[in-house]
Design a protein around this ligand. Structure first.
Ligand SMILES: Cc1cc2nc3c(=O)[nH]c(=O)nc-3n(C[C@H](O)[C@H](O)[C@H](O)COP(=O)(O)OP(=O)(O)OC[C@H]3O[C@@H](n4cnc5c(N)ncnc54)[C@H](O)[C@@H]3O)c2cc1C
Length: 388
C-alpha cells in the first residue's frame, strides 16, 4: 500500500498536467506539505491523449494572457526543468471558409496586436504560395502565428512532476480520492478509496474530465463535461515538408500537424458528452474526408493507429479557476476545454498565488470564478477545435 501522510497543507486531486503544474508552483512558493494524489498513473487522463498544441491565437484577453505567461515557461522549460519539452515552433494556421470565422480572425488580429503578438492575416493566394499542398480556393483567408507550435505533453508532465518532487511535494500514484471532508464552509480533508484519510487546509480539484464528480463530493455543482475527441496517426509520410504549421480548419474543427516523420490528423469530437474513450475506426472516414478536401496529397497517407481522449469542457470554453464562496479551501482548476496543456504553466502559477497570497497577481482570474455560471457572467471563447 502506498505510504500516505495523515495530514498536509494542500492535497491536489489528479495527476495530469494541471495537477503537476500546481504541485510544482506550490513547491516553488515554499509550501511545505503538498500531496498530489493520482488514482492511476500520472498522465493517464486527457494529458496523455493530448495533441500538445501551444498557441497565442485566442479571442479573449484572459486566454491570450494565459498563453503569454505559459509561453515564458515553455520557452525556458529545459533550463528550468532539465527536460527538453520538444517544443516545435512551426506556427499555427487557422483557416476560415465561413464569414463568421473570417470576421472572428480579423477581430482577433486586432486584439492580439494590442497585446503585442499580432498574427499574420493571409489571403487564400498567399497561403497557397506558402503552403502549396493546401486547397485554399474555398477560403476567405487565414491567420498565421509563426511562433506557436506544439510540444510533448509527456515530457512537460515529467518535467513538472520531477521538479515538484525535488521541492518536497509527495506525488503519489494509485491513490483515489472518494470523499471530501468539510465543516462550517471550509475544507477539512479528503477520504481515500482504501478507507484512509488526509486532513488538510486546501484541496485542489485537478481532476480534469472528472472534475464535476470531485466537486459533487462536497455537494457542489461544477459544469465540466467530458467529450470524446479522436486522433489518428499516419506512418512515415514524405509527400509534405518536414515542417508544416499546425493547421486548423475552423469550419469543421479538423486539424493536422507533423508527428515525427508521420502526421497527426484529428478525428471528430462527439456531440454527446460521455466518458467513452474507445477509438471508433469508422471515424477515420471523417478524418480522411476532411484531410483530402484540405490537403489532397494525403490520399497517399496511411492511417496506422488512433486514440481517443476526453476534452473537459466548460459552458463558455474558458477555464474555471477559484473557490466557491460556500466552501473555502476547495480550489477548482478545471474546465480548460481543450487547451489545458498549453495553459498549464499559467494555471499552476495562479493557483499557487491564490493559495499562498490569497490573490492571483500574475493574471487576474476573478472572471474565471466557478460562480460565473449561476451569475450569468459567461465569457465565450469561439476559437477552439471544439464543436458544440
Ligand atoms: C484528443 C485531445 C487533444 C488535445 N489537444 C490539446 C492541445 O493540442 N493543446 C492543449 O493545450 N490541450 C489539448 N487537449 C486538452 C488537454 O489534454 C487537457 O486540457 C489537459 O490535459 C487537462 O489536464 P488535467 O490535468 O486537468 O486533466 P487530466 O490529464 O485528465 O488529469 C486528471 C487526472 O485526475 C485523475 N483523477 C480523476 N479523479 C480522481 C480522483 N477521484 N482521485 C484521484 N485522481 C483522480 C485522473 O486519473 C487523471 O489522471 C487535448 C485533449 C484531447 C482529449
Amino acid at each position: 500500500m502506498v505510504d500516505v501522510p495523515s495530514k498536509a497543507d494542500v492535497v491536489i486531486v489528479g495527476g495530469g498536467i494541471i495537477g503537476v503544474s500546481v504541485a510544482y508552483f506550490l513547491g516553488r512558493k515554499g509550501v511545505q506539505e503538498v500531496v498530489l494524489l493520482e488514482r492511476g498513473m500520472l498522465g493517464q487522463g486527457s494529458t496523455g491523449k493530448c495533441a500538445g498544441g501551444i498557441r497565442t491565437q485566442f479571442s479573449t484577453p484572459i486566454n491570450v494572457q494565459f498563453s503569454l505567461v505559459s509561453l515564458q515557461v515553455f520557452e525556458r522549460f529545459e533550463e528550468l526543468f532539465g527536460v527538453d519539452p520538444e517544443f516545435h515552433r512551426v506556427g499555427y494556421l487557422f483557416l476560415a471558409s465561413e464569414e463568421s470565422h473570417w470576421s472572428q480572425l480579423l477581430e482577433n488580429e486586432r486584439l492580439l496586436r494590442s497585446m503585442g503578438v499580432g498574427p499574420e492575416i493571409l489571403s487564400p493566394e498567399e497561403m497557397s504560395r506558402r503552403w502549396p499542398f493546401l486547397v485554399t480556393e474555398d477560403l476567405l483567408g487565414g491567420s498565421y502565428s509563426p511562433r506557436d507550435g506544439y510540444a510533448g505533453p509527456y515530457e512537460v508532465l515529467q518535467g513538472f512532476a520531477r521538479a515538484a518532487r525535488k521541492l518536497g511535494v509527495k506525488v503519489l500514484e494509485g491513490v483515489e480520492v472518494t470523499g471530501l471532508r468539510t465543516s462550517q464552509g471550509r475544507v477539512q480533508g479528503v477520504e481515500l478509496g482504501d478507507g484512509r484519510s488526509i486532513s488538510c487546509r486546501w484541496v485542489v480539484n485537478a481532476a480534469g474530465p472528472q472534475a464535476s464528480q470531485v466537486a459533487a463530493m462536497a455537494g457542489l455543482e461544477l459544469p465540466v463535461k467530458p467529450y470524446r475527441r479522436q486522433l489518428f496517426f499516419t506512418d512515415i509520410f514524405h509527400h509534405l515538408p518536414d515542417e508544416i504549421p499546425l493547421t486548423i480548419d475552423l469550419a469543421s474543427g479538423w486539424y493536422m500537424r507533423r508527428e515525427g516523420k508521420g502526421l497527426l490528423l484529428s478525428g471528430p469530437q462527439d456531440s454527446e458528452s460521455s466518458f467513452n474513450e474507445n477509438v471508433d475506426f469508422d471515424s477515420a472516414e471523417w478524418t480522411a474526408e476532411r484531410s483530402l478536401k484540405r490537403c489532397p496529397i494525403l490520399e497517399k497517407a496511411r492511417i496506422v493507429r488512433g486514440w481517443a481522449g476526453l476534452y473537459e469542457v466548460s459552458p463558455d470554453h474558458h477555464a474555471i479557476i477559484g473557490e466557491f464562496p460556500e466552501l473555502r479551501g476547495f480550489l477548482c482548476v478545471n474546465g480548460f476545454s481543450g487547451h489545458g496543456f498549453q495553459h498549464s504553466p499559467a494555471a499552476g502559477i495562479v493557483a499557487a498565488e491564490l493559495i499562498v497570497d490569497g490573490k492571483a497577481t500574475t493574471i487576474d482570474v476573478t472572471p474565471l470564478a466557478p460562480t460565473r455560471f449561476r451569475e450569468g457572467r459567461l465569457i465565450h471563447e469561439p476559437l477552439t477545435a471544439i464543436r458544440d
